[in-house]
Design a protein around this ligand. Structure first.
Ligand SMILES: [Zn+2]
Length: 80
């Protein structure tokens, strides 16, 4: 189990997600992002529009994803 914050995953707050794989944690952060989007949280809306700009460029998006995956893989395991 590893943890990353919303901010580390391109979001806007310090909410922590815990998962065993990067794909899992990315899905959790996406889910959280959707909730915050529905609540019209300004900080998250801003972070999401930045992510959307990144998504315009598939290569940049892929690179971002790979970098985050490496970051996730290099994190220490959490045993809580
Ligand atoms: Zn957040």
């Amino acid at each position: 189990m590893k943890k990353m914050t919303c901010k580390q995953l391109g979001g806007a707050c310090n909410k922590e997600f815990r998962a065993n794989s990067f794909e899992e944690i990315a899905a959790m952060s996406k889910q959280h992002g959707m909730e915050m989007f529905q609540k019209k949280d300004e900080a998250h809306l801003k972070a999401m529009s930045e992510m959307q700009q990144l998504m315009q460029n598939p290569d940049a998006m892929q690179e971002w994803f790979e970098n985050k995956k490496v970051e996730f893989d290099s994190l220490p395991e959490e045993w809580e």
